[in-house]
Ligand binder design. Structure first.
Ligand code: CP
Length: 340
């Protein structure tokens, strides 16, 4: 199903020009307001999950169905062979198939492949290479969309930008504080990496608040510095809560692993236990300027954020989750070259 048009992938949001992001977001809002035609009629899309998902899986499958395309949803634990993603290996391990063969074959069946990759969880220096998603992008003959890898979660960020724009209109000079939250099931920093870059690129003034030892990947921060130099956006890092929320218009909660303890659950648990006070409650939110609350979910109620904040009028979390549906429809139409 490969076409002669230049093949493009979405591993991270920076793979799109800002003008393309703007146009996808405009289309997302139009789709939310007006609905869509049967714009993916005849298109087949493969969804490959190497990790669990609720929102991404259901919103993507629903988006494709509502556009009258055909989703094929596959789970690595039950539906296909273990895959090798390292090049040139003697394949004498568990995996009986290489990504290069799976990607080439699937490209002959489907029009686009979306993938949520698995993390080893053992070594950040290995996981940060995002070899899983990059290997698919190297070998596929159809667009590859990243449904979350170790480093990036572009689909979540698209929905986040859509939600922020619905709330503020222009994002320039708006104040966002991203707050690390305490959770025993912390995630990779993918959501925060993508959000940080995209919001600075949109001209927001971002504070990244986390306890010591939860610094983002140095290359992600270096790139954030470069984006600041080329945009009206800015960011600063703070290890102080509640000060970091002072004046914030949006507080975005997220728990992520300490990269210092990556692969060592005992050290990670010990470090985490020192920061149980990193939780969003009404008192913290009140330090902002009419601050609203966002979270990519799943969220641990009354551990990361209180019920009163999540269920209160300041919460944008369900709008955020709903916008996954609209923004992914717009993204699919962008990639598959059809207007709604
Ligand atoms: N926010 C998000 O990606 O949710 P899932 O992990 O449930 O897909």
């Amino acid at each position: 199903m490969a076409s002669t048009a230049a093949l493009r992938h979405l591993v991270r949001l920076a793979d799109l020009e800002q003008s393309e992001v703007d146009s996808i977001l405009e289309l997302s809002s139009k789709i939310r307001r007006e609905g869509t035609k049967e714009a993916l009629n005849g298109k087949t899309i493969g969804l490959l999950f190497f990790r669990r998902s609720l929102r991404t899986r259901v919103s993507f499958e629903a988006a494709i169905g509502q556009l009258h395309g055909h989703p094929i949803d596959l789970n690595s634990s039950s539906d296909f062979w273990d895959l090798e993603d390292r090049e040139g290996r003697v394949m004498d391990g568990i995996a009986p198939e290489h990504v290069c063969d799976a990607a080439t074959v699937l490209s002959r069946y489907v029009d686009l492949i979306a993938i949520r990759t698995r993390l080893s969880g053992n070594s950040w220096s290995t996981d940060r290479l995002d070899a899983g998603i990059r290997s698919w992008a190297n070998h596929a003959d159809v667009p590859i969309i990243n449904m979350e890898s170790a480093l990036w979660h572009p689909l979540q960020t698209l929905a986040d930008l859509m939600t922020l724009r619905e709330h503020f209109g222009s994002l320039k000079k708006r104040k966002l504080t991203i707050v690390w939250t305490h959770s025993p099931t912390a995630a990779s920093p993918s959501v925060v990496n993508s959000l940080l870059h995209a919001t600075i690129r949109s001209g927001m003034q971002v504070r990244l608040a986390h306890p010591t030892g939860y610094d983002l990947d140095p290359e992600v921060l270096q790139e954030a510095d470069s984006i600041c130099a080329q945009s009206e956006g800015s960011y600063e890092v703070s290890n102080k809560l509640p000060e970091a929320v002072d004046g914030a218009e949006v507080v975005y909660g997220r728990s992520w692993w300490s990269l210092d303890d990556y692969g060592n659950p005992t050290l990670a648990a010990n470090r985490r236990a020192r920061h149980t006070d990193w939780k969003v409650d009404p008192k913290l939110l009140a330090l902002g300027e009419d601050a609203h609350f966002m979270h990519a979910m799943p969220v641990r109620r009354n551990l990361e954020v209180t019920d009163s904040v999540l269920d209160g009028p300041e919460s944008l979390v369900y709008q955020q989750a709903e916008n996954r549906l609209h923004s992914q429809k717009a993204l699919l139409l962008h990639f598959l070259g059809r207007s709604s």
